[in-house]
Write a protein that binds this ligand. Structure first.
Ligand code: ZN
Length: 186
């Protein structure tokens, strides 16, 4: 296992459409490089204190994301959810109802931005063993899924912000915004 380098905004890998994973490559039994990559992706997410990490963020342009929230220091007020590794995920349904929330990203360290996201999503994907999964998520987990799957399509949360005046450095976010109620929009 290893901690991988996180690509920062400006690195072209973050703007590419990531390639689908060949599901057969998940099942190779000897020296499975894709399985060790998935282990490294999870390790890197945990060491960097992220709640999600997409393969392009560690310089692999592949359609794999990991997400987990376990007493996260960067999102202390958010509910926990279990580790999930998704291969070739697709969002098949977005709820019309949206909520605004402050997001950060390991590829844009030190920033927070206010982003509208669908409150619920349905995601079709494969797990790391190639089994089909269908996930219905809401609230914070739905936000993280939308954020991470955007990375597979060359997008970052800045691209989703309708109001760039709500982009903030982390320290100023904590000083001016963290206690401000966020009005939801529909
Ligand atoms: Zn991100």
């Amino acid at each position: 296992m290893a901690v991988l380098e996180v690509a920062k905004l400006g690195n072209p890998v973050l703007r590419k459409i990531a390639s689908p994973v060949d599901l057969n490559s998940l099942l190779e039994t000897e020296d499975n490089s894709i399985q060790s990559f998935i282990d490294d992706l999870i390790d890197t997410m945990r060491v960097e204190d992220g709640v999600g990490l997409a393969a392009p963020q560690v310089n692999r342009s592949l359609r794999i994301v990991a997400l987990e929230c376990a007493h996260n220091q960067r999102y202390p007020d958010r509910p926990d959810f279990e580790l999930l590794v998704l291969v070739n995920p697709e969002i098949t349904h977005y709820s019309d109802e949206k909520e605004l929330g402050w997001e950060g990203c390991l590829s844009l360290p030190d920033f927070r931005g206010l982003v509208p996201r669908s409150r619920k999503v349905i995601v079709e994907a494969f797990d790391r063993h190639g089994e089909k999964l269908s996930i219905e998520a809401e609230g914070f987990q739905a936000v993280v899924l939308q954020h991470e799957i955007d990375h597979l399509n060359g997008m970052v949360y800045l691209d989703r912000m309708p109001d760039m005046s709500k982009l903030s450095y982390q320290a100023e976010f904590e000083k001016y915004w963290v206690r401000e109620p966020v009005s939801s929009e529909n």
